[in-house]
Write a protein that binds this ligand. Structure first.
Ligand SMILES: [Zn+2]
Length: 341
């Protein structure tokens, strides 16, 4: 697999391989005009209730009656996570939360459930402009994001949701481990299925093993928020704060649609089914997800390298079947994946 993983990208930054060009000033007038154009176009992913078959699923835009109707049909809550982080000169800094939010909205529209407002702020972030680093990139301590998201889970259950899907569009090693670990813990504690995962692991079999503002993320943004990406702002490679296949050469809205469709299809299926799982299925789910994150944490602890649990992410076989196995509830295969990491 050609795509550079975030780990390699960060190691590249540490080694001084990637360019650190100064950020040019953009006039307020130009920036505002550009943002307005993108907003007008990107609103297409959030169709209005009138004149379209797609329902409003963002909980903050609903009245009590519509919330109760949707929860009655499917009591699953999506919780998107992201952060404010440099994503190249060509992308908005909100990429991580925005793409997770849009994927959750589409999944809820297709499979059922509601979408909570995204949480901005997680573990890590590049040493680049306009980046809010709440905790060190590879920290496994999770002083901030863990208790906040755990409380959101228990509140969701108190409100009557029977399943929670936490989708993080931001994926440093620490962020990924903390999100999956807290989901396992809260599933046990609350007795409902809670999945905590980055979106890209649901599209490994589409050739996306995670990147930073490169082919994968940029293609997703081109599809999910048409008009938001301006590839003409990129000069010659290497691009500042971009890790993976060159977005200028490879990113397309068509690839973004292919990745998004796969992710959304799997999330929608899970959203519809998770509230109906019986106790035995919940136990199998918790065992599988727990085995996966336990193995990643153990590898990180044994080697002192936060990314060690991802060393086989791009080999096209070891972890690649994860998304399909999860969506089809073949949890014993996930436990086997964990054993093979
Ligand atoms: Zn990102």
């Amino acid at each position: 697999m050609e795509s550079m993983k975030r780990r390699q990208f960060l190691e590249g930054i540490a080694a001084g391989v990637l360019a650190e060009a100064a950020l040019p000033l953009v006039s307020c007038v130009r920036a505002t005009a550009s943002a307005k154009k993108a907003d007008a176009e990107s609103i297409a992913i959030y169709p209005k209730k009138e004149g379209t078959a797609m329902p409003e699923v963002r909980i903050e835009y609903l009245h009590p009656k519509e919330i109760e109707e949707r929860m009655g049909a499917c009591p699953t809550l999506f919780q998107p996570l992201g952060t404010v982080e440099w994503h190249g000169k060509h992308n908005w800094v909100g990429v991580d939360a925005l793409k997770a939010h849009a994927l959750c909205v589409q999944a809820a529209q297709r499979g059922g459930g509601l979408v909570a407002p995204p949480v901005y702020g997680g573990v890590g972030g590049l040493d680049q402009p306009h980046t809010f680093v709440m905790e060190p990139e590879n920290s496994l301590g999770g002083v901030y994001v863990r208790p906040w998201v755990e409380k959101l889970c228990s509140e969701a259950v108190r409100q009557g949701f029977k399943a929670v899907i936490i989708l993080t569009g931001h994926y440093g090693a620490g962020q990924q481990m903390i999100v999956r670990e807290l989901a396992v813990r809260m599933s046990r504690l609350l007795g409902v299925p809670i999945l905590g995962t980055p979106e890209y692991v649901l599209a490994l079999d589409e050739g996306y093993s995670g990147d930073h503002a490169a082919w994968g993320e940029t293609s997703l943004m081109m599809h999910l928020y048409p008009g938001s990406v301006d590839l003409s702002r990129l000069g010659e490679a290497p691009h500042q704060g971009v890790g993976g296949r060159d977005p200028k050469l490879y990113a397309t809205a068509a690839d973004g649609k292919r990745l998004a469709d796969r992710i959304v299809e799997r999330l929608a299926r899970l959203a519809a089914r998770m509230p109906q799982w019986d106790g035995a299925t919940l136990d199998r789910f918790i065992a599988a997800e727990g085995a996966l994150v336990d193995r990643q944490i153990r590898l990180a602890a044994e080697t002192g390298k936060a990314w060690e649990g991802w060393r086989k992410i791009g080999d096209g076989k070891t972890i690649t079947p994860y998304g399909q196995a999860l969506a089809e509830e073949r949890f014993e295969e996930i436990a086997q994946i964990a054993a093979n990491l």
